[in-house]
Design a protein around this ligand. Structure first.
Ligand code: A2R
Length: 307
């Protein structure tokens, strides 16, 4: 029976499918040389120290699509296959992005409070909001989820533009410069991977280009947006609104951000529905079971695709 190191929680359904095949070890009690497989998630990953200590490691199965907390290049160099759970969460994260955008445009939180606090009865109709129809929406990262966001926005008839490392074979307009794209946009939706290549790429300059009537949506990683610059821009009116599912130091969200009325804030729940989390758990386990059976996997990260 191969030995599996469990980093982070797993559901009962996942455990029930793994237990007949793997001896599961918790992080507090295991013998490093025994471990051939690791199950983890996108937030916890595998630290370089743990990875280096597991001399017989063959495979890491990570729950979630982002895997910047795992050194996949080093894993590939050692012949360790890393898998993740792409695609099964595309629609859910795309829905979260659209919800955040609409909530900002139509001031859902302000107007919800308008009813709850009795302002409606005291002061009459709520102030008008902005229409989300026919906006220019810039998507930063037009990958699997970015394309799902573009499709899901269709009923609002947006003009879609995008920035990624390379242009895609799509009908949307490509910008090779993020700031130049932000100048053209009413809304900027971030859905790139995290990690060093995207660290702080949505900076003060990009926010100023988006402008006082602009809306920033982030459903990718908190690290992609310069958070202190965002607080400043939202506070002094350089940027209009922000809808955020992710933050620089989760679960700590700066009080200054929480105090701003022009934000909608979610606790990193982009994919967090019962159905989608079950699908992510199933794929995480399927990768492990298939590897235990015949050494192949279903959804390797690109760095390990050739292994
Ligand atoms: O490599 P490209 O040209 O396909 O662009 C990818 C883009 N991207 C970047 N764009 C600008 N600057 C960068 N430094 C940069 N690095 C990557 O992000 C691609 O268009 C997109 C990522 O797409 P996928 O790999 O299909 O990822 P998926 O499944 O859409 O998930 C995106 C992220 C995850 O990594 C989690 O952080 C989050 O959504 O849940």
């Amino acid at each position: 029976m191969p030995d599996l190191l469990q980093i982070g929680p797993i559901s009962e359904e996942m455990r029930a499918r793994l237990e007949p095949v793997f001896a599961i070890h918790q992080t507090k009690r295991y013998t490093p040389d025994d471990i051939t497989h690791v199950i983890t998630n996108g937030n916890l990953g595998v630290t370089p120290k743990i990875m280096a200590s597991l001399k017989n490691l063959k495979m890491i199965s990570s729950y979630g699509v982002g895997y910047e907390a795992i050194d996949a290049v080093e894993a590939a160099r050692r012949g360790i296959i890393v898998t993740h759970t792409p695609d099964v969460l595309n629609e859910e994260v795309a829905t979260t992005a659209v919800l955040l955008m609409l909530a900002c445009y139509r001031e859902m939180l302000r107007d919800d409070a308008y009813v709850r606090t009795g302002k409606w009865a005291r002061m009459g109709s709520a102030p008008l909001t902005r229409s989300a129809e026919n906006q220019t929406v810039g998507i930063l990262g037009l990958g699997r989820i970015g394309q799902a966001i573009a499709h899901k926005l269709a009923p609002w008839q947006p003009r879609i533009v995008y920035h990624a490392r390379n242009p895609k074979d799509v009908a949307y307009t490509y910008f090779d410069n993020l700031t130049a794209m932000a100048f053209e946009c009413d809304v900027l939706i971030c859905i790139t991977p995290g990690g060093s290549s995207t660290q702080g790429i949505v900076n003060a300059e990009v926010m100023a280009a988006l402008g006082p009537q602009g809306t920033l949506i982030n459903v990718s990683r908190g690290s992609v947006v310069d958070e202190p610059a965002l607080i400043k821009a939202l506070s002094n009116g350089t940027l209009g609104w922000a809808g955020l599912d992710v933050f620089a130091h989760e679960p700590d969200v700066p009080q200054a951000l929480r105090d701003l009325p022009n934000t909608v804030l979610l606790p990193h729940v982009g994919s967090a529905t019962v159905e989608t989390r079950a699908a992510m758990g199933a794929l995480t386990v399927d990768n492990l079971l298939q590897h235990a059976e015949n050494g192949t996997v279903i959804s390797p990260v690109p760095e390990c695709a050739g292994l």
